[in-house]
Design a protein around this ligand. Sequence first.
Ligand SMILES: O=C(O)CCC(=O)C(=O)O
Length: 244
Amino acid sequence: MDDWFSVVDARCELSAGAVQELRDVGFVVIPGPVAPDRMAQFAEAYDAAVACATPEDVAIGSTTTRVNDFVNRGPEFDGLYVYEPVLEACCRIIGQPFKLSTMHARTVRPYSRAQNLHVDFKREGDGWPMVGFILMVDEFRTDNGATRFVPGSHKWPTIPADFPQDPSADYEGQVLACGPAGSVIVYNGSAWHGHTTNRVGEPRRSIQGAYIRRDAEPAVNQAARIRPETLGRIGHLAKYVLAI
Ligand SMILES: O=C(O)CCC(=O)C(=O)O
């Protein structure tokens, strides 16, 4: 099967309302692929995968710790990048065949300040538009670093004059994407966003992925990175999404 785009495009797992919100606001929060009663076990698998990662796959930033390559970190994570509602969002927003560019873990460490507002993908940049997802391994709350978005900012032709000098400052009209553990934020990569301050003593864990046009340069060459055990267990749709 080489026409997975048409197959996914014809499905209706993502509601019309969610698609509209994604188009208008730039992000939407939907239920995710892991059942709520499996989230505790999933979080354990996340911690084990993060703990096993070798130093070259770990990036410790000023507020977050990122661990690369969650395509190859175990079967628990295989369903994330082929989650139908997110793939449908890609069909609607990217509008042409697409692929996964990257999937990694990101933990906002306890008592970390807010991240600068930023876009993942400039409008009209190579591979644009990009669709991202953030799976909430922990509940995203106002006090633990939930991601904030500036509604409609994916449509800005230029940065508005009232944009804060300090991009870590609050921006009028910003909205926090909160939800119970297991929820998924689907967003347009050109929407301005960033994690907020984590005011509590617990990490805020997530798995994040990005999809781009199939003909664009990915952040990770999945074909080069794929492990034999991953290849042996994933299905045709996954191989298509990884472009391998
Ligand atoms: O983890 C989040 O809430 C957002 C992270 C993010 O946007 C980034 O690091 O580029």
